[in-house]
Design a binder for this molecule. Sequence first.
Ligand code: NAD
Length: 416
Amino acid sequence: MNYKVKDMGLAEAGRNLIQWAEDHMPVLMHIKSDFEHQQPLTGSTIGCCLHVTKETAVLMKTLQAGGATVALCGSNPLSTNDAVAAALADEGIHVYAWRGNSDQYYWCVDRVLDHQPRITMDDGGDLITVLHTQRQELLDSVVAGTEETTTGVNRQRMMAEQGELRFPVVAVNDAMTKHFFDNRYGTGQSTIDGILRATSVLLAGKTFVVVGYGWCGKGVAMRAQGMGAKVVVCEVDEIRALEAAMDGFSVMPVAQAAPRGDVFVTVTGNKHAIDGPALQAMKDGAVIANAGHFDNEINVPFLQEQAVASHQVRDNTRVYEMPDGRKLYLLAEGRLVNLAAAEGHPSEVMDMSFANQALVARWLLQKDPTLEAQVYPVPESIDREVARRKLATMDIAIDTLTEEQKQYMHSWQEGT
Ligand SMILES: NC(=O)c1ccc[n+]([C@@H]2O[C@H](COP(=O)([O-])OP(=O)(O)OC[C@H]3O[C@@H](n4cnc5c(N)ncnc54)[C@H](O)[C@@H]3O)[C@@H](O)[C@H]2O)c1
């Protein structure tokens, strides 16, 4: 058995966490039961680079139930739950992940690739990038890949545009039943959860700055407002800035927001969204966090260079003492605060994201669609199947079009 985790003694605790997730992921559990009977993934190896959470564990067990051999590494050095990793290793999943594996992050990615996956499943695109740059000898055995997050999809679109992508990738992030819910309600809730677990600050009455008003930013802003914070949004896209303004938030450049904010969250997928000048302008006591995929959204090296002293004040909170006496608090080293300081998205929302992943894996391996080396959307039939199954588990019924309405929607003669 090939795996490397922190401590196999944690497996029992991990099994309890996974049980909790299973009890809150009815759609994925239904798919798992289908997979057990149909064995649609038999004989295939699936290589995954995903946050090693209890929800990811349910997906791994679903793929395994469908007949796949599964290898898994974390997609961020601070997002692995060591108990979950141990429980998965105990179940026969090839896991190479432990919390705090910064130095050996790419060693873990390489070990997953050693299993020669037919399908890759990425969250951020590191597996695909390493395959195309350092492990090209394995490219021919890959049928296709899937991508879980916005940043990864952006990277793969760039690869396709530059003629570098060598196999098709399905943008699971772009499914409606993924980003509408996971990015917005998942990131919204779990980012607040991470900030509170790391600091326990009162949000009511505070000025809370959200940098980036995409799907994640909308969720974070909405939930911060719900906690009583005065929310300020910073954007570079005129339409999203307008949307934020009409959603009722103050909109201003980051330079203006910097001296006003008490809490800052970046969710842009972009580098240095909070850069040196903004860090110089922040007031004493400012709390700074990132919920975007990579840890480059806040210019952390600038903080490290400028600070006269720095130490860990609480789990996941480090204070930087600036030369002018200000204290700035950076959460989770600037890595995804919702995964590093909390548990990531709630199981209920990952239920839909990972249902898409499982059904897309089956579609790729069973239907054998003839796809080129491009980025493809999730088939609409899968997206809608996930929505239908989720509604059913929530005991929500909806109306259906009558024959008269269907005909009307396909006609043009009837008017005023
Ligand atoms: N923490 C999580 O669990 C989680 C979940 C899903 C996605 N993500 C990640 O969060 C990031 C955002 O994802 P999304 O789906 O919201 O993307 P998105 O593309 O919908 O939104 C990003 C927004 O940031 C804006 N932006 C870009 N550069 C900016 C800058 N310098 N200043 C201000 N605004 C800027 C863009 O105009 C856009 O509106 C990505 O890195 C994604 O991979 C994280």
